[in-house]
Design a protein around this ligand. Sequence first.
Ligand code: F6R
Length: 246
Amino acid sequence: MKIYRAKDYNDMSRKAANIISAQIIMKPNCVLGLATGSTPIGAYKQLVEWYRKGDLDFSEVTTVNLDEYKGLTPDNEQSYYYFMNENLFSKVNIDKNRTYLPDGMEENSEVACQRYNEIIHSLGGIDLQLLGLGHNGHIGFNEPGIAFEKETHCVSLSSRTIKANMRFFLSEEHVPRQAYTMGIKTIMSAHKILVVVSGEDKADIVRQAFFGPVTPPIPASILQLHNDVTIVADEAALSKCTDVEF
Ligand code: F6R
């Protein structure tokens, strides 16, 4: 695990965008695993800026997103499809036919998950998977206690995640109760993983996930066992790791 200390959110975003753009430059037809949430927004902005300057070309890139709410249409502003379109896809020259998210409108969970697994397998796996970190250690929507061996599956969101995501919805009742997510097994199969973390509110979980025992109650702790993980965290997120070496 390599941990890079960033000064603040902007610095974290630039560093993360540099790593993603290096991947695109080295392998123009790479498969990027992408995340939503607040943390990667700055990195996506930076990538868009570099694209506009002519420094980045997304024309051969394929993307697969970590997760999608079950029951939200792609044009729902809270769907992850909408988020990705707003923050990245509509702003760069990516071929939309090569941008994949789980199908939130497929009611049959087994069908939705099976299809998504097939897509990921048919792409030959993920070259670089971008991840954010939940306050309870979740990655994707893999909540504490999840079996590490799962591929894409349907999850019921924990009350803490519903509360954390409420800020994007009109009220708590509007937050979907279920989502489709890549499983830990899918995430761990990515060739490289990039985790972005920012803010003091993540300081405790950063310490537990990356310097504590590997255990299902902290899903992100499994990343310690992957052989190519890069964490870009700002000083606030690393503020409880001052006594550990990295
Ligand atoms: C997003 C995702 C989530 C977030 C996590 C952190 O696709 O799967 O695991 O990465 O909840 O969210 P933020 O960045 O909003 O703190």
